[in-house]
Design a protein around this ligand. Structure first.
Ligand code: ADP
Length: 203
């Protein structure tokens, strides 16, 4: 992955709700020059617009449950077909289930592409609840957060083994100050902190 920044990269961000995927994803995709694709953001936009998709997912999201795999497959397939995703992408919030991981593998296979890495950002559960309560989004009441964590453990955590077996998993400790997590992440991708700040173009 040493050339990640110059060649584009296909990266999945994995981790429980509240781990900081959004925060870290934003800096990483800027550095890698690839679009950040957050299925949660896309669905929230659909809800705000009141589109057919938005109306379908609104109640599901508010309860902390997952939108069905077939609906998500359409959303992600359409998004990855856009020209800006050709050089790469940073996927945040997808896949969230084993069938979704298989769907993603199929989409990439059809396009003759491969994932470069799956980045797991992990944080202990009490800290996750504390952070998400601070965030104060509509789906961030404590009961809904607990439900999202339960769904994460049941449906999404198995992806850790799935990607580990495929040699793609990279892990960072998300329970550290934001800058430290960022530095560690840039290390993993072979893009140093100085370069990340735009100081050199050595690679
Ligand atoms: P988080 O706070 O966990 O980062 P997101 O913003 O990624 O949450 O997603 C918010 C909600 O959107 C989820 O709780 C779920 O209802 C729905 N959602 C997002 N991505 C997916 C997906 N890949 N599969 C099913 N549901 C999803």
């Amino acid at each position: 992955m040493a050339d990640a920044a110059s060649q584009g990269a296909r990266v999945v961000l994995l981790g429980p709700p509240g781990a900081g995927k959004g925060t870290q994803g934003k800096v990483l995709c800027e550095r890698l020059g690839v679009p950040s694709i957050s299925t949660g953001d896309m669905l929230r936009e659909a809800v705000t617009e009141g589109s057919e998709l938005g109306n379908k997912v609104q109640g599901i999201m508010a309860s902390g449950a997952l939108v069905d795999d077939a609906t998500m497959a359409d959303v992600v397939r359409d998004r990855l077909a856009k020209p800006d995703a050709r050089r790469g992408f940073l996927l945040d919030g997808y896949p969230r289930t084993l069938p979704q991981a298989e769907t993603l593998a199929g989409i990439l296979r059809d396009a003759g592409q491969d994932l470069d890495a799956v980045l797991l950002v992990d944080v202990p559960e009490d800290e996750l609840v504390r952070r998400t309560l601070l965030r104060g989004r509509e789906d961030d009441q404590e009961t809904v957060i607990r439900e999202r964590l339960r769904v994460y453990r049941e449906k999404t955590a198995p992806l850790i083994g799935y990607y580990s077996e495929r040699g793609l998993l990279r892990e960072i400790d998300g329970n550290r100050p934001v800058e430290e997590v960022t530095a560690r992440m840039f290390d993993l991708f072979g893009v140093g902190a100085a370069e990340a700040a735009g100081a050199t173009e050595a690679d």
